[in-house]
Every structure is written in C-alpha cells, then in structure tokens.
Design a protein around this ligand. Structure first.
Ligand code: COA
Length: 321
C-alpha cells in the first residue's frame, strides 16, 4: 500500500443539530453509538467526492494516472448504474491504461476491494491498483427516521496498492457473506414492476435505507471476531503481535466488544467514528488515511482492517506496513 487520500465534505451535522430534526438527544446518540457529528455532501455527487480522494491518494503514492492498471471503486450510493463510479473516475483522472469496475459490498467494500487488488497483483495481472471508496449516504437516509439518520455520514477515501518485493503488504485475507440476513440492512434499487404499465412511479418510501439495528448488531458480534481470528490464524500470527486493529466505524459498542474479547489496549484500536459517523465503504480507508497522516503507522507494524455491514458481508485483511 503506497499511498492514501481522503475527502471529507465541509458540512458538519452535529448531534445538537439532529436534536432539532428528530426526537433524539446527544446523550442517547453518544451512549448508543459513540458518534458526535458526521459530514454531509450537500449538492455533491458521489464522483465529485471520490475524485479528490483518488487524486490525493495518487499524489501520496507518487504515481501518475497513466501508471494505474486497475481502478476498483466501492459505493452503495452510485450516481448511475452505468457508467460505473470507477469508469467515471478513470475518465476524470485520465488513467487511460486502466480497466475499471465497481464492487458493491457496503461497509465491507474496502476490504473486499483490497483483497481483489491483492489477488490481481499476486497473479501478475496488475501492477498498480487504485481502490476508491465513496458514499453520499445522505441521499438514501430519511432525516425523519431517528434510527438511521443519527448513524450514517458521507465521505470518500482511496488507497494505491503496488506490486513490490519485500516483507510489507497484505499477508492474509478472509471474506465472507451471509445473504440470508440481507434484509437487515436494506437499500433498494429500482422496483420490480410491469414494464408496460402506465403507472411506473417509484414509491418514495423505498428510496431510503432501512436497518434492523438489533439484527445487525447480533451479526457483527459474531462476524467481527471471526474475521479477526481467521486472518491471524492464516498468517500464523498471535493477536499480541498485532499493532493495530482498524474496525469499520459503525458503533463504539462493537469496538468495545473487540477490545474486551481480545484484552486489547484501547490505543491499539483506531477510532475516528465520533467525527464522521458510519460512512459505509469509506469508513476503513478514512481511518487508514487519518492514521497515515498522523504518522501512526510505522514500517514493519502489523495492522488488521475489518469490514462488516450490508449484504450482509464481512471480511478482514492483515497488512504488514
Ligand atoms: N434517539 C432516541 N431514541 C432512539 C433513537 C435515537 N436516535 N433511535 C432509536 N431510538 C429508540 C427506539 O425507537 C426504541 O424506542 P422504543 O423502546 O420506545 O421502541 C429505543 O430507542 C431502543 O431502540 P433499540 O433499537 O432497541 O436500540 P438499541 O439499543 O438496539 O440501539 C442501535 C440502536 C442502532 C444503536 C443498535 O441496535 C446498533 O448499534 N446496531 C448496529 C447498527 C450498525 O452498526 N449498523 C451499521 C452496520 S454497517
């Protein structure tokens, strides 16, 4: 991983502002989720927030757009089905030697895409891969629904992976899905309908994300430890040797559960959730970029990145920095 970048929209939606929009309180939100504020991309498309994140990651990596072989974009909130977000970015970046496709894996998007990038690199089909995760979730959030509007935020982040000799890089990966529980986190696309009907209106209630919070919580309580256990087992590493655990920023209670289960020092688990909320696929690379910019990631360290969410999907990657 040779470069990272991110973009946080300017508008900040605080818990206090939400108190004026729905029946909630700063105390309830902080206690149940740990979130204090989130960013909202008012009037911006997903591509518009993805592009600066991708450009910053490229700049950080020292690579030119022409050197990118593959662009993988992750989003649950694309601007269009076609062209895909990755193709839009390829055009805007001028990455004329790259092929590009999107991955839909909600909050696991980054770890899924990093696993794909790693596979393309290891089998020799790509040398330099740009992964971009961007979400304008505010488009599908109902700001009268207190059970979801307090949780989600907008953001974009990207990372560049390159084939290199040496000890560093992705050591092991573990990806899983449980589609049988997919309805627990539902964001619908176009409805099933009679294409010849004169009445083809899209029901407005269907445009918003719906979440069964308790079901998702139960799923993560099992999925997150499983993803961590499997990735360290594969690499033959003990949890005590791991320097960083970077979980998808969904909820402090899930993060606290990880800390308790493994008896970790709190400082080993990176958290920026209070400031961005849950930004779905962008959450893990936003952490990664924050950590790199703060100088927290040191050469030779071991870091586990864990994603989990809609699909339901989950997965983890173990990286030697
Ligand atoms: N403010 C105040 N009250 C709220 C509220 C809010 N923002 N959101 C829900 N409530 C209310 C509920 O309506 C319910 O009221 P009732 O008892 O009168 O029906 C009460 O709080 C308890 O709701 P419940 O859903 O049982 O809360 P919870 O303890 O399960 O916490 C979550 C809700 C969403 C914080 C929790 O289920 C959770 O974290 N789930 C995982 C969600 C997640 O991480 N999703 C993303 C994964 S990628």
């Amino acid at each position: 991983m040779i470069g990272t970048g991110s973009y946080q929209p300017e508008t900040c939606l605080t818990n206090q502002m939400l108190e004026g929009m729905v029946e909630t309180s700063d105390e309830w939100i902080v206690q149940r989720t740990g979130i204090k504020e989130r960013r909202i991309a008012i009037g911006k498309s997903t591509a518009e927030i993805a592009l600066p994140a991708a450009q910053r990651a490229l700049e950080d990596s020292g690579k030119s757009p022409e050197e990118i072989d593959l662009i993988i974009a992750c989003t649950a909130t694309p601007d269009s089905y076609t062209p895909s977000l990755s193709c839009v970015l390829q055009g805007k970046l001028g990455a004329k030697n790259a092929f590009a496709f999107d991955v839909i894996a909600a909050c696991s998007g980054f770890v899924y895409a990093a696993d794909i990038a790693d596979s393309y690199i290891k089998c020799g089909k790509a040398k330099t891969v740009l992964v971009v995760c961007a979400e304008v979730l505010s488009r599908i959030i109902d700001y009268t629904d207190r059970s979801t509007c307090c949780i989600f935020g907008d953001g974009a982040a990207a990372a560049v992976f390159e084939a290199r000799e040496g000890e560093e890089g992705i050591l092991s990966t573990y990806m899983r899905s449980d589609g049988s529980k997919g309805e627990a986190l539902l964001a619908k696309a176009l409805p099933v309908e009679d294409p010849f009907s004169s009445d083809r209106e899209y029901p407005s209630s269907d445009r918003f994300l719906k979440m069964d919070g308790k079901e998702v919580y139960r799923f993560t309580a099992k999925a997150v430890p499983q993803a961590i256990d499997e990735v360290i087992k594969q690499a033959g590493v003990d949890i005590s040797e791991v320097d960083w655990i970077v979980p998808h920023q969904a909820n402090t209670r899930i993060i606290d559960m990880v800390i308790r289960r493994y008896g970790l020092e709190r400082e080993k688990v990176f958290v920026n959730l209070p400031y961005y909320g849950n930004t779905s696929s962008a959450s893990v690379p936003l952490c990664l970029d924050d950590m790199r910019r703060q100088g927290l990631l040191k050469k030779g360290q071991l870091a586990i990145f864990v994603g989990f969410g809609g699909g339901l999907t989950y997965g983890s990657i173990l990286i030697r920095i």
